[in-house]
Design a protein around this ligand. Structure first.
Ligand SMILES: Nc1ncnc2c1ncn2[C@@H]1O[C@H](COP(=O)(O)OP(=O)(O)OP(=O)(O)O)[C@@H](O)[C@H]1O
Length: 249
């Protein structure tokens, strides 16, 4: 496993348990969808996976080991993220070259002409024209911004992309294009993906495995096709039924 939560529980200060005994992991080249309604604990899992919070109980493991200051840089280079809102995630004062080069700078991977070549290659891989380097985020549509965010996340050739509701802020046509792009990167770069979504159709289009979260607990997990065809839990059946484009179970 590249990244794994093992028997993790989490309690916010003064709150009830937001996660209870959750185990979820992503292996090399795997694509896993994490689905659940609002409040089920998806964002909390992302925070724990990014080492932004520590579990109340259980472990967060990167390559089978707890994340420590000594492994943090390797962790950051291996696990990159894309967030929901491409309008707030790109700094409006920086041009596209500077935005996409950020992981190269902060991780000390490359600079100067080497960095510029990596940025250009990354932008090309997400279908953004090479003459975009000197432009600013406001010149791009929501879908293009999300492509730029994906270029930034993949410029350092991570092993795992953590995508937190990456298409929820986009219109339906753009959603499909961005999902197709993620599928392409998964194929061509062998990128593992954990996609968090409340939208099962997005997960069905991208992820081989699905984990269903309800009230901070994993209620069902397995191959996406099995879960869609024969959901075991009433909660999952309701999620499946809420997707109009999927066949009813
Ligand atoms: N800062 C906080 N303090 C206290 N409780 C919190 C905090 N953040 C989240 N919670 C609680 O933890 C639980 C899980 O929330 P979380 O945000 O992880 O769910 P989610 O599935 O990501 O929801 P959404 O899809 O709306 O983002 C909820 O009951 C929520 O009310």
């Amino acid at each position: 496993m590249i990244l794994e939560l093992r028997n993790v529980s989490y309690r916010y200060r003064k709150g009830a348990l937001a996660l209870e005994d959750v185990s979820i992991g992503v292996g090399e080249g795997q694509s896993v969808g994490l689905v659940g309604e609002s409040g089920s604990g998806k964002s909390t899992i992302v925070r724990l996976m990014l080492a932004l919070a520590k579990p109340t109980a259980g472990e967060v493991l990167f390559d089978g080991e707890p994340i420590t200051p000594a492994t943090m840089r390797r962790f950051r280079a291996s696990v990159q993220t894309v967030f929901q809102d491409p309008y707030s995630s790109l700094d409006p004062r920086q041009n596209i070259e500077s935005i996409v080069a950020e992981p190269l700078r902060s991780l000390g991977i490359a600079k100067g002409s080497e960095a510029r070549a990596m940025v250009a290659a990354s932008l090309a891989s997400v279908g953004i024209a090479a003459d975009s380097l000197a432009r600013y985020p406001h010149a791009f549509s929501g879908g293009q911004r999300q492509r730029i965010a994906i270029a930034r996340a993949t410029v350092c050739h991570p092993r795992l992309l953590l995508a937190d509701e990456p298409v929820s802020a986009l219109d339906v046509t753009t959603r499909i294009q961005v999902i197709d792009l993620l599928a392409e990167l998964r194929e061509s770069a062998g990128l593992a993906i954990l996609m968090v979504s409340h939208d099962l159709s997005a997960v069905a289009a991208l992820c081989d495995e699905t984990v269903v979260l309800n009230s901070g607990r994993v209620v069902e997990s397995g191959t996406t096709s099995t879960i869609l065809a024969a959901p075991r839990e009433e909660y999952t059946r309701q999620l499946v039924a809420a997707v109009p484009r999927l066949p009813a179970p």
